[in-house]
Design a protein around this ligand. Structure first.
Ligand SMILES: Nc1ncnc2c1ncn2[C@@H]1O[C@H](COP(=O)(O)OP(=O)(O)OP(=O)(O)O)[C@@H](O)[C@H]1O
Ligand SMILES: [Mg+2]
Length: 313
């Protein structure tokens, strides 16, 4: 027997209804600020970072909730929409501060010139856009929330370059500093709000709430570590996982026993040193409790598929 509610594998076209998606896979994506259950000690770490105006460095296993923490803090403290900077080995500090579209401006100048317009009338503002870090450093009443996600994937120098800007709390956009107008209105990251910059300077007035996340794939220099409040996401317990499941999914009484078995087995595997993510458990519970749930015999093989260890693909 196999579980084949949608795709059967016979090549015959048919109309299928995929049923409701798991709540965390609804699009446009919803914030998970209500569902997140902070592990012990995290609340204190967030508060220390807020009080000290320091970045919070979160390390922990994949799927331990590192990237979700900021959504809850930003909502609870009304810090506005979370700014996100996803780091790769190619990320540079300048990308996160601002982007200047020099080519776009040259094209626009050519077009204007062709129409016989005054060459001095060209405007730089549409070709400059602040990045997530640049936006987080804008002056304001309330701190902005900035997620610097997966900083351990960066080039070696990036963490120190980042902390250097954060220590100073300001930067300059040279293209605007040399521009003929003193004040230029440039677009912020994520939203189309305009910020007025004088002589190309961005000067922070309140330190943003920053969360840096790392899977611990590399170590950081002590000079970097001492400037952050650090917290390691702990291995979840049976009690935490029950709370997480209940926050995300409605489990009725008839299914409670099966979910209990799943949670206990999940924690046993974690304790045995296997690498598994919380969202794998959520996926397993969703499949088990969904309308198109596999019959008992099939359930075991489907759950095995979903709950495969993360040490290899
Ligand atoms: N404590 C928790 N409470 C509620 N949901 C959680 C918790 N921990 C993890 N999750 C759920 O698990 C999923 C994965 O979380 P998230 O993406 O934040 O993990 P991560 O640590 O950033 O993983 P990665 O290192 O792979 O980026 C999210 O959908 C989140 O809702
Ligand atoms: Mg993440």
């Amino acid at each position: 027997m196999t579980w084949q509610p949608f795709y059967v594998g016979d090549g015959t076209p048919r109309d299928v209804d995929l049923g409701e998606p798991p709540p965390w896979r609804r699009f446009p994506r919803q914030s998970l600020h209500r569902e997140f259950q902070p592990p012990p000690g995290l609340v204190e770490a967030v508060n220390a970072a807020l009080a000290l105006r320091r970045p919070l460095l979160l390390t922990g296993a994949p799927g331990s909730g590192k990237s979700t923490v900021i959504e809850q803090v930003a909502q609870e403290l009304k810090l506005g929409r979370t700014l996100r900077w996803h780091i790769t080995s190619r990320s540079t500090l300048t990308d996160a501060l601002y982007h200047y579209d020099a080519l776009g401006r040259i094209h626009a100048q050519r077009l204007e010139g062709g129409r016989g317009a005054d060459a001095g009338a060209d405007d730089i503002a549409p070709f400059v856009r602040l990045g997530p870090l640049g936006t987080a450093l804008l002056p304001g009443e309330r701190p902005r929330a900035l997620l610097v996600d997966e900083i351990d994937k960066s080039d070696l120098d990036l963490p120190s370059d980042l902390l250097d800007v954060l220590e100073r709390g300001e930067f300059e956009i040279p293209e605007l500093a040399r521009y003929r107008e003193d004040v230029v209105h440039v677009r912020e990251a994520a939203e189309n709000t305009l910020a007025a910059l004088e002589k190309g300077r961005v000067r922070c007035t309140v330190f943003p709430f920053l969360v840096l996340t790392s899977n611990g794939e590399r170590d950081f220099p002590a000079a970097f570590l001492r400037r952050c409040v650090r917290y390691t996401m702990p291995q979840p317990t049976v009690a935490t996982l029950h709370r997480v499941v209940a926050a995300h999914l409605r489990v009725d009484e008839a299914q409670a026993g099966a979910v209990d078995t799943l949670v206990t087995a999940f924690v046993e595997r974690l304790e045995a040193g296997e690498s598994l993510a919380v969202d794998q458990l959520l996926n397993a519970v969703h499949v088990l409790t969904a309308q198109e749930a596999p019959a008992e015999d099939d359930a075991r093989s489907v759950l095995e598929l979903i709950l495969r260890g993360l040490t290899h693909a």
